[in-house]
Design a protein around this ligand. Structure first.
Ligand SMILES: O=C(O)CCC(=O)C(=O)O
Length: 269
């Protein structure tokens, strides 16, 4: 079992993000790479896609793909990730929230707008986190994620918006308790940003309230096959506020219920 170091636990706790090196082995990388190609060729029912902003490149997005492909299913359930989530949360229980693909092909200029995730998700509580990896080396110019250090402690919930300005589909319902995301790019000096280049096998670990974003994949020689898996722990509970994503809701749960259900399976505990 991969042991998370005290320094990584501290970074996650204090900064809301850290990086773990070399946790996804070669065999999983190969299986996931093949599964990603299957999803691109024949996306499952929750496919949403993102139109490329200037007609160049391609940004493939999809979610809950573990329910459509046995490789993603096994990875979300049986890889090192649930055990890592348990270490970060110090939690008895670990539930899968969902998994998601963000594949920016070479020359896809779409940035990933600054946002925090939990306002999109029908879940409350502090035990909510993501692991993001890429099957390709990731640098700033190919779409590395950038995190606002400590923003998970702001307890600020930002109004969800669509990722692609041309992307079809409904806008997220307005939540009067949420606020608009400030213009971080215009005021970079006001924010303490942290980012890392990644090699295949490395993962970003970040809290559900950590503000993050990414540039486009401006490289012509390299894909950026981003894949993220989200987990919850003991103090998470179901909560369908306005603004939360319809495809992530679970008809069998009521607000206030513990997460365990067909959509959010209990993996540990
Ligand atoms: O890969 C991206 O561009 C966005 C990833 C992201 O926002 C996430 O995993 O929460």
């Amino acid at each position: 079992m991969f042991q998370v170091s005290d320094a990584d636990l501290k970074s996650y706790e204090e900064d809301g993000a850290c990086v773990l090196r070399g946790v996804i082995d070669q065999s999983w990388q190969e299986k996931l790479a093949a599964a990603i190609e299957r999803d691109i060729a024949s996306p499952g029912p929750f496919y949403h896609g993102y139109d490329s902003e200037d007609g160049k490149g391609r940004f493939h997005g999809n979610l809950r793909i573990w329910q459509n492909d046995s490789c993603f299913h096994e990875f979300c359930h049986k890889s090192v990730l649930p055990g890592l989530a348990q270490q970060f949360f110090a939690s008895q229980r670990i539930n899968l929230l969902y998994d998601q693909l963000f594949v920016k092909e070479p020359g896809t200029t779409n940035p990933t707008r600054w946002h925090n995730d939990q306002p999109y998700w029908p879940v409350r509580g502090r035990h909510v986190m993501s692991f993001w990896m890429s099957l390709d080396p990731v640098t700033q110019d190919s779409g590395a994620l950038n995190f606002v250090r400590g923003s998970h402690k702001w307890d600020r919930w930002f109004q969800p918006e669509k990722f692609g300005k041309n992307t079809a589909g409904n806008d997220y319902e307005k939540n009067d308790d949420y606020e608009a995301m400030p213009d971080i790019d215009a005021n970079l000096g006001d924010y303490d940003l942290v980012t890392w280049d990644l090699e295949p096998g490395d993962v970003y670990v970040f809290h559900g309230l950590t503000v993050h974003g990414a540039g486009g994949n401006l490289r012509q020689d390299r894909r950026r096959r981003g894949y993220t898996v989200r987990y919850t722990g003991d103090d998470a509970y179901y909560d369908t506020r306005p603004g939360t994503s319809e495809p992530l809701r679970e008809a069998g749960l009521k607000d206030g219920d513990a997460m365990t259900s067909a959509t959010y399976p209990l993996l540990i505990g």
